[in-house]
Design a protein around this ligand. Sequence first.
Ligand code: ATP
Ligand code: MG
Length: 553
Amino acid sequence: MENTSVNFIHEAINKDLENGIYNRVQTRFPPEPNGYLHIGHAKAICIDFGTAEKYNGVCNLRFDDTNPVKEDVEYVDSIMEDIKWLGFKWDKVHYASDYFDFLHECAIKLIKKGKAYVDDQSADEIRAARGTLKEPGTESPYRNRTTQENLDLFNRMTKGEFDTGAKVLRAKIDMASPNINMRDPIIYRILKASHHRTGDKWCVYPMYDFAHPLSDAAEGVTHSLCTLEFEDHRPLYDWVLRELDFEMPPRQIEFARLNLNYTLTSKRKCLNLVNEGVVSGWDDPRMFTLCGMRRRGFTPQAIKSFCEKIGVSKSNSVVDLSLLEFCLRDDLSHKSPRAMAVLKPLKVIIDNYPDDMVEEIEVEINPEKPELGMRKVKFTKEIYIEQDDFMEEPVKKYFRLAPGKEVRLKGAYFITCNSWDKDENGNITCLHCTYDPQSKGGNSPDGRKVKGTLHWVSAKFAHDAQIRLYDRLFDVENPSNEVGVTDFKDNLNPNSLVILNGCKVEPYLADAKIGETFQFMRQGYFTPDYDSKPDALIFNRTVALKDSWAKKN
Ligand code: ATP
Ligand code: MG
């Protein structure tokens, strides 16, 4: 998909190129490997990789793994898989941890310049002395240590002489700065923890605000695109690069985070849902993680076109989930072959149809793509239709099957319902119908009209399947805010997963492969679940044909 839109990021880059500040464009996508990627990350990925593509530049993948405590290889692998699935290619893979030596040298340079000092205050003391938006902070009693003393202490911190939290290294900037981030931010801390890549080599670890600009600069990033919450950190980003004398320092540009109503776009909150068993895992199809969406049947194209549509804005807003679903339907409708599946089967016996006859009915593979032609569906005396497609006492404007009423079976024949059987509880178990042999192909033989067209499957040839109907996990627009943040459980939609067993599907669906989607006529888009097996088919509903939430609101 060629990206021709111009947004404020591209305008800024154009200016930089015109002014000769840079002669090339390099970006990076910098996830912290502490969870799976979600739809919010997809926006950042489209912006980071999309911008590089637009300028024939490169985009690196950089794992921001400066916090040893929360990170894991499992996450590294999944992040790479998700980016590839979206269809983007990184130039190189980097790890912030690869720069630990370089970052440590940079810290020593700052100390030597008199721009960093070791502070013995506790985290609480430091926080308390930071001041507020209205009041300046208070300088640390350790702020004026000599360079020699700072070098010695930082060296001993690095060797592991002090306990976790006993000392920190702070940048010496300005405790009275109106920007709290500039009030002597911590740049290194002691953490006696094993790192997933560097093992026990280090017991001091750089803070994000120190590691990030330097990692960008080390890689030759020109434009460091990030989300709006880092806007206030930009002065610090620039300070670090200036103090360390980088010649063509990267420029940070911020854009708004994606917020999607009815969903959580935060790794921490997603992890919470997984840990508390609210969902079956990171790839539960109700999760808006990329792996959950993939399992649900989302396509990369749908996600990318969604990101394209929401654009790049400079102010935070909440995007409606139905826009994402719109993009999904839009993509699936031309990609998905049609199929017939009966979710809640009701047996129909066509009394005047020969007992052992099997006819091959032709239906379009996809009416939106006539070039694909037709496929054959077997028609027999006994078929299944949906329970909902029959009413013993039809309400007004009910155009489906009812006593004495005639309907069209998709691609097959007109049938009329004559009688029905019930079990001892009064439930209808079977309909008896007659068909009009002259209506073959579902065409009216004499101009008489039938309004309803039903989908059906042959009882003899259908396969059993389990069908999982997914809906929004939450039934409030802002699940993390409306109740105390710890308990989004109060906001759960009790019908977010409905499992139907004994569904009847067309035999060709038995060969459906993971990643293929189908439009089940009148029902929506479906894809085989990872747990599906040839003798125990399982389909996930990716999205219904229509937005049922639009009506409710
Ligand atoms: P989370 O809050 O889910 O943990 P994060 O921002 O901490 O998200 P990172 O791994 O640091 O996650 O994110 C990698 C990149 O993706 C960052 O550049 C970040 O700004 C971006 N990103 C994360 N969430 C969103 C979002 N909702 N919308 C747009 N970009 C996002
Ligand atoms: Mg983060």
